[in-house]
Design a protein around this ligand. Structure first.
Ligand SMILES: Cc1cc2nc3c(=O)[nH]c(=O)nc-3n(C[C@H](O)[C@H](O)[C@H](O)COP(=O)(O)OP(=O)(O)OC[C@H]3O[C@@H](n4cnc5c(N)ncnc54)[C@H](O)[C@@H]3O)c2cc1C
Length: 568
């Protein structure tokens, strides 16, 4: 700071700083800016403006040089990101390539990242299920991790707040363990999905459900969303390219332009946060150090309140790298637990089958969501030899394998010939809760640094015996349900994928009641540095089974309102 003049310091001083402009950071920014707080959003990647910077959004399949595929050479150079189903030619420009941002895998971990304005909110699959008290009470009930310092009632109004603004479609299902929200009309389930629902009712008497998965797509209340410049989802199913209609929620289409419109947001792109500045005399954090990705110069920015939303593992990295005399092992890390108790979702298992009924129907057109099995294992009581349980996706599609010969009218007739439609294909994939453990951790590499002088992250995260038992149970239970429904040619798989590919990494800066065993309090403030808030996946004490981003967004909005008290 020695060479800063007072004006320069003033120019670099804000009321709040938000690190990361993705799913969760953009919510903190929106809430703060909307309520008059001068906020600097710092983003390591480039700017991505809604519509203008979606280069592939309206491209037709034949306009892609490789017809949508990633060339083998690129796959070989990028084995980690190539394992992500959405890393295809139409969206590859929104993913981090392996070599550009290395990290150290003490054990295999596929870290999938999106370093640009909007983060991974451009790429996500938009599945948004609420948590319930069966999740928040999980660690205390089942004796793992630490008790969450909050319960469903604390977060429920914030789920509503986020759902209304983001736009979430779904049905009111009335399930205590998957609470209903502020839903726009749901997309229809098809005839075989409805058939399977009925089969579950008939065979399991209401103890197992397959419902429509709630997803962050606009399907109604169009005037309200027009204020954001967003329109109804067109079911194009090209979401990962960025949606020119703003039909699904992304930071780029929704929260960031809203924050910008207030005139209170300043966006600093191409700026990697190196660390948070802790002032020993004041006993609080006073700003952040960034490295400009182009010039490689270090700069400092100052604020009263700092939100860390770099995505779970990057948030851990930033805090671990924020050392001072007071915090030699990372900001707020008095108990040595920073970086530990990292967990994820177990997506290893899947099942597929055929169904030869309802052949008089077929499916047409796209739909941006699918069916969803809320957790049914160990919900109301412990019933298996493993802890917790799994949710699962479910969908049915009519296979169409027509003769593709001919041109013009002949080709059209071939393609539309109903005799050439195959049976229905049904499938499901597992989404298992994993148990956070001290032995699953991230840490800074003592020797290796990235090109901005920031230590590389070492990742040491693995499955355990509980996960193995859960995979086995999922495959057994799904096979049983598929058989009962009359599905045939059932194929099960355990692809043994590494953790990380679920893209639901969580923990390391967990919430809790006791500063001796947790890093954050019930308001997402570091116990030891209360003007620093963490509201992304790093804050998660346990993982539940639900896709987590809705919870991060609700946490960010709630914590932003708490932080506003600082400003009177
Ligand atoms: C293909 C795919 C499908 C998914 N599907 C779903 C789904 O259906 N449902 C669901 O809930 N979740 C889903 N996810 C996960 C979801 O995208 C993440 O949970 C969510 O984006 C996390 O929000 P975040 O704010 O923590 O991180 P991000 O959205 O990744 O944003 C973090 C931002 O911080 C920036 N940043 C990082 N480090 C620094 C630094 N040092 N300095 C400055 N800036 C920094 C990054 O560049 C990024 O812009 C999916 C993800 C992918 C990729």
């Amino acid at each position: 700071m020695a060479n800063f003049n007072i004006d320069a310091v003033k120019e670099r001083t804000f009321q709040a700083i938000v690190i990361g402009s993705g799913m969760s950071g953009s919510w903190a920014a929106k809430e703060l800016c909307e309520h008059g707080v001068k906020t600097l959003v710092i983003e390591r990647g480039r700017d991505v403006k809604h519509i203008k910077d979606y280069p592939t959004t309206n491209m037709l399949p034949y306009e892609f040089e490789h017809r949508g595929q990633i060339p083998l050479e690129v796959q070989k150079e990028n084995p980690i990101v190539s394992r992500c189903y959405a890393f295809r030619e139409d969206a590859a420009h929104f993913f981090v390539k392996d070599k550009e941002h290395p990290y150290v895998q003490e054990k295999p971990f596929d870290w999938i990242r999106g370093y640009q304005v909007g983060g991974k909110s451009l790429l996500w699959a938009r599945q948004v299920q609420r948590w319930s008290d069966f999740d928040f009470e999980g660690p205390a009930r089942d004796g793992f991790a630490v008790d969450w310092p909050i319960r469903y009632k604390d977060i429920a109004p914030w789920y509503s707040h986020v759902e209304k603004f983001a736009g979430v479609s779904g049905n009111k299902d009335g399930l205590p363990h998957l609470p209903d929200g502020e839903f726009l009309p749901g997309f229809p389930l098809n005839v075989v999905e409805r058939y399977f629902q009925d089969q579950l009712k008939a065979h399991y008497g209401g103890s197992r459900h397959m419902i429509l998965a709630r997803c962050a797509h606009i399907t109604g209340n169009l005037d309200y969303y027009a204020q954001q410049g967003r329109a109804k989802c067109q079911s194009r199913n090209l979401c990962q390219r960025g949606c020119p209609f703003g039909g699904y929620f992304s930071a780029n289409a929704s929260t960031l332009p809203w924050a910008e419109k207030t005139g209170n947001m300043t966006l600093r792109t191409n700026a990697v946060v190196h660390s948070i500045i802790y002032d020993e005399e004041k006993g609080k954090a006073t700003g952040v150090r960034i490295v400009d990705t182009q010039s490689k110069e270090m700069e400092e920015y100052f604020a009263d309140v700092i939100f860390v939303n770099g995505s779970a593992l990057n948030t851990n990295l930033i805090l671990l790298n924020s050392t001072s005399n007071r915090f030699p092992n990372g900001l707020g890390n008095d108990n040595g637990l920073l970086g530990k108790f990292v967990a994820f979702h177990n997506y290893r298992a899947g099942i597929s089958a055929e169904y030869h009924g309802h052949l008089e129907y077929t499916t047409q057109g796209g739909r941006p969501t699918s069916g969803y099995f809320p957790r049914f294992r160990n919900v109301f009581k412990q019933e298996t030899d493993f802890l917790r349980g799994y949710a699962a996706g479910f969908s049915a599609n009519r296979g169409v394998y027509p003769e593709q010969g001919g041109v013009g009218m002949h080709l059209k007739e071939n393609l539309l010939n109903p005799d050439q439609y195959g049976p229905w294909r049904v499938g499901s994939h597992m989404m298992g809760e994993t148990i956070p453990k001290e032995s699953n951790y991230v840490a800074l590499d003592p020797n290796q640094k990235d090109e901005w002088g920031i230590p590389l992250l070492r990742v040491n995260v693995d499955y355990d015996d509980n996960d193995e038992k859960m995979v086995k149970d999922y495959l057994e239970q799904m096979t049983e349900m598929f058989e009962k429904a009359g599905f045939t040619n059932i194929q099960t798989r355990d692809d043994r994928r590494a953790p990380g590919l679920d893209i639901h990494e969580m923990g390391g800066v967990r919430m809790g009641r006791d500063p001796k065993t947790s890093l954050l309090n019930a308001n997402h403030q570091l116990h030891a540095v209360p003007n620093v808030y963490v509201t992304d996946g790093a804050s998660m004490t346990s993982t539940a089974t639900q896709n987590p981003s809705l919870t991060y967004m609700a946490f960010a909005a709630r914590a932003a309102h708490h932080a506003m008290k600082t400003f009177g």
